[in-house]
Design a protein around this ligand. Sequence first.
Ligand code: ADP
Ligand code: PAZ
Length: 316
Amino acid sequence: MPASLTPSTPYVDLDREAWTRLSASTPLPLTDADVDRLAGLGDPIDLAEVDAIYRPISRLLDLYVEATRGLHQASSTFLREDIVATPFVIGVAGSVAVGKSTTARLLRELLARWPATPRVQLVTTDGFLYPNAELERRGLMERKGFPESYDRRALLRFVSKIKAGRPEVRAPVYDHLTYDIVPGREIVVQRPDVLVVEGLNVLQPARPTAEGTSNLAVSDFFDFSIYVDARTPDVRQWYVDRFLSLRSTAFADPESYFHRFAALSDDEAVARAEHLWDTINAPNLEQNILPTRSRADLVLTKGRDHSVERVRLRKI
Ligand SMILES: Nc1ncnc2c1ncn2[C@@H]1O[C@H](COP(=O)(O)OP(=O)(O)O)[C@@H](O)[C@H]1O
Ligand SMILES: CC(C)(COP(=O)(O)O)[C@@H](O)C(=O)NCCC(=O)O
């Protein structure tokens, strides 16, 4: 029996090569141009990485979707009712700057090419952050991304409506440029085949109620979850590098909340990025995000060069 399949852990742990071999016959429907379009700022992902890592993930998810539909059919038969199938919901979690958005966009694109799941939508949880005015009122402007900076009840209601099979569910929208919620703008989710929900805290466990019982958590509504992982010093470096790139791109826009940082020297910009990382994003990673990693069905571990080195899949 291969070491990865010994029954001592509930996970299958595979190195890159072993993972890639699992879907040798699955076609890759994307091109170099598609990957360039989908890659996040500073993420050097290329077609070879998509082929090696994401093609097998999309095949695995296609199998899970099929199996979930079979289960749904079985419950419908048992209940003697024609229950509407609900979207297959995938959560994507991980640190700020780890590359979650690239992963989520690639999944959206790859899954939409499978005949069973042509309609795939993506929602990021930043839309459920409180607006800056509310964060200021609550003294949370330096805690953006921490669980308490989100309207967690609204996010839970949103995912719960999706899994109830509502034909139309709306989510608010966040803008990285203005660093705030966009008043009046919404994403409309219309019962897709697959919904990808991406965000720092999507694997947070339920909070206990005042009575000591437990509420539901967003992740209770996931059919599958992925944690994008990397060593913290590497993610810190990626955050700082991205901040330097943003300085000459997004921050150069006078509308940008960070416009004042566009004029910083290299050293000043590095110091500012390190300060933001060390005071907000690192404590959030350590206290809230990393502790949820073991809850994920699939963990992708990246090396310093951003490529995935290991893949860990829960056995059931
Ligand atoms: N200040 C910013 N201005 C413009 N875009 C940003 C800013 N911060 C982050 N982004 C973009 O927002 C997206 C999400 O970033 P983040 O939450 O760090 O997650 P991840 O890097 O894991 O995808 C990325 O595509 C990133 O490039
Ligand atoms: C908007 C974010 C909280 C991410 O939100 P998510 O979509 O993961 O819920 C994060 O990208 C962010 O801007 N954090 C604040 C600290 C900083 O500027 O780095």
